[in-house]
Design a protein around this ligand. Structure first.
Ligand SMILES: Cc1ncc(C[n+]2csc(CCOP(=O)(O)OP(=O)(O)O)c2C)c(N)n1
Ligand SMILES: [Mg+2]
Length: 231
């Protein structure tokens, strides 16, 4: 999370995420019934995850979706504790209560995830409000899917983030699918709808971490904790 991250290290993180998820996939397949719950993988989103998180600073916070293994790995969470969590062990990251879709590591700024589509959006907006009240310049990075952006909570959150100039960056990971439905609401508008709320929307090729990074960091300007969209 330095200002000029080593591209080799970023690539290493991407490979680490993919290898961890391959292991998760084989664990679910090899031990049916042993692991409770379900899992969602994020193949192809590694550059988006690593490139975006490379732009934040220690103290910043991240909320994400149920495709949630990559974010804590990029933040430095112990992968042994993550795997123990997926197996429901008491030594797991969340004491074995959460499983694959409910990871959290607040010490590293990873506030949590859930299986509820779009959950990250209003919760991250609340975290950004808390960051603004603290006033020490923290920024919240909020990941969500293109399907989640069709929910009312998305527009409510962007509206309040814009009105209150909250220190938050919304990162839509657009894989063109909402469940099994291709482009559920038609093509995404450029900027994912941010422009309609007086926000600044930028669009990047999500598989290229060099293009992801500029999208996240400088956009959330830190002026005494009051940032907000560029007018
Ligand atoms: C509130 C809610 N509604 C519906 C579902 C069922 N559901 C699970 S995944 C999914 C599609 C989500 O699409 P998107 O936000 O684009 O995320 P992706 O899976 O493509 O990463 C839906 C509708 C859910 N989990 N939560
Ligand atoms: Mg999607």
């Amino acid at each position: 999370m330095s200002t000029a991250p080593d591209p080799v290290e970023l690539y290493r993180q991407m490979v680490r995420i993919r290898e961890f998820e391959e292991r998760v996939k084989s664990s679910f397949a090899d031990h049916p019934g042993v692991i409770r719950g379900h899992t969602h993988l994020a193949d192809g989103a590694e550059a988006s995850i690593v490139g975006s998180i490379a732009a934040i600073r220690p103290g910043d916070q991240v909320m994400a979706t149920y495709r949630c293994h990559g974010y804590p790995i990029a933040l430095g969470t112990d992968t042994t504790a993550m795997l123990a969590e997926i197996y429901g062990r008491s030594t797991g990251l969340c004491g074995g209560y959460g499983g694959s879709m409910h990871l959290a590591d607040p010490e590293r700024g990873f506030l949590g995830t859930s299986g509820i589509v779009g959950q990250s959006i209003p919760q991250a907006t609340g975290a950004a409000y808390a960051a603004q009240v603290r006033g020490v310049g923290e920024v919240v990075l909020c990941f969500f899917g293109d399907g989640a952006s069709k929910q009312g909570a998305f527009h409510e959150s962007l509206n309040i983030a814009s009105l209150w100039k909250l220190p938050i960056v919304f990162v839509m990971e657009n894989n063109s699918f909402s469940g099994s439905t291709h482009r559920a609401g038609g093509r995404q508008r450029r900027g994912g709808g941010a422009v309609g709320h007086q926000g600044e929307g930028v669009q990047h090729a999500g598989r290229d971490r060099r293009r992801r990074r500029p999208a996240a960091g400088p956009r959330a300007r830190r002026r005494g904790g009051r940032t907000g969209p560029r007018r």
